[in-house]
Ligand binder design. Structure first.
Ligand SMILES: Nc1ncnc2c1ncn2[C@@H]1O[C@H](COP(=O)(O)OP(=O)(O)OP(=O)(O)O)[C@@H](O)[C@H]1O
Length: 303
């Protein structure tokens, strides 16, 4: 069953189409990573799916309903980001108490266990928490609510490395024990890729790629060696990324449509063939410059 179906969804701010006829769907009980450059429209999309803002045009269905103003969607989904606010009069313990009343599947034991593990003071106020502790507390709410659709928008903002690791582990353990539809937007694909089943990559307001993480890991291939030899192999293929590796050597990344025989033959031509990490594939696919930041320096040097 599909939990989310978006058809030609457009969101305009002024004259800018942040989302531009975006079409994709998400099956129930999947963990999907939402990836895109800064400003690509990830938060905008997640807020539309959560019913916080309305699409300009197109059709959005969450649990087969338009999410905007839908009581069913708001009762069965949770949106966690670093802008979450709670009633200012409530301390942390009281927020957990209130949340347990609101969310039908709330797991009070899990919430208390994590609250104690991270040494929160029950009398502390949410607005006074540090950035990392605020994200940690919000994560406790997001996991314990056990909503059928759980959305984390950049959930690890401010968390230190060890808390991030704890968060990913808690997320995975809880997801395995209680499968549900989870979307997690992150700039750190390398950190979350082991959790994910699918990746949805936004580019130019569209769903540029939507595929299993296992396929993304094989999506591109890198060829390194003599410029002319590499050029022979990349001819007719779109080069996603290119880097000079000394005076006569080059590193080029292309889509992996190579057969085993091609790879053997390229190796016999003296090329080094390596895989490309899924996070690098996403960076290259969404970059406007084939050489990355090096292009800026190369341009300046050639003036
Ligand atoms: N309320 C708004 N009014 C006008 N423009 C907006 C508004 N909200 C977002 N935008 C613009 O929409 C674009 C997408 O923003 P959004 O926050 O969805 O991107 P994002 O992919 O989540 O970015 P980041 O990774 O930096 O958090 C940006 O150019 C942003 O400036």
């Amino acid at each position: 069953m599909k939990v989310i179906e978006c058809t030609n969804v457009t969101k305009k701010y002024g004259r800018i189409n942040v989302l531009d006829k975006m079409t994709f769907s998400i099956e129930e009980n999947k963990m999907t990573g939402l990836i895109g450059r800064n400003g690509a429209g990830k938060t905008t999309l997640l807020k539309i799916l959560s019913g916080f803002i309305r699409e300009t045009s197109g059709e959005v269905q969450v649990f087969s309903e338009g999410p905007f103003n839908s009581l069913f969607v708001s009762a069965n989904s949770i949106f966690i980001d670093d802008q979450m606010t709670f009633p200012p009069a409530l301390n942390l313990a009281e927020i957990l108490e209130e949340a347990s009343r609101f969310y039908e599947n709330w797991d009070a034991k899990l919430a208390q266990g994590m609250f104690d593990y991270f040494s929160f003071n029950p009398h502390q106020y949410h607005r006074n928490l540090s950035k990392g502790l605020m994200s940690t507390f919000n994560m406790i709410i997001g996991l314990s609510a056990r909503c059928a659709l759980t959305i984390f928008d950049e959930p690890t903002t401010g968390m230190d490395a060890s808390v991030r690791k704890d968060f990913y582990r808690a997320l995975l353990k809880d997801y395995i024990a209680h499968p549900r539809s989870i979307i997690i937007s992150s700039h750190h694909l390398n950190e979350v890729e082991d959790l994910l089943e699918d990746v949805l990559l936004i580019k130019d307001g569209k769903a540029h790629l939507h595929l299993p993480i296992s396929e993304l890991k094989e999506w591109a291939i890198a060829l390194q060696g003599k410029k002319s030899t590499v050029a022979g192999w990349t001819m007719g293929r779109e080069v996603l990324h290119e880097k000079q590796m000394g005076p006569s050597s080059i590193y080029s990344v292309v889509k992996n449509d190579f057969t085993e025989a091609d790879i053997q033959s390229a190796r016999l031509d003296g090329l080094e063939i390596t895989s490309v990490s899924s996070s690098d594939v996403c960076v290259y696919l969404t970059s406007k410059h084939k050489g990355g930041i090096d292009d800026v320096f190369n341009r300046n040097e050639s003036i």
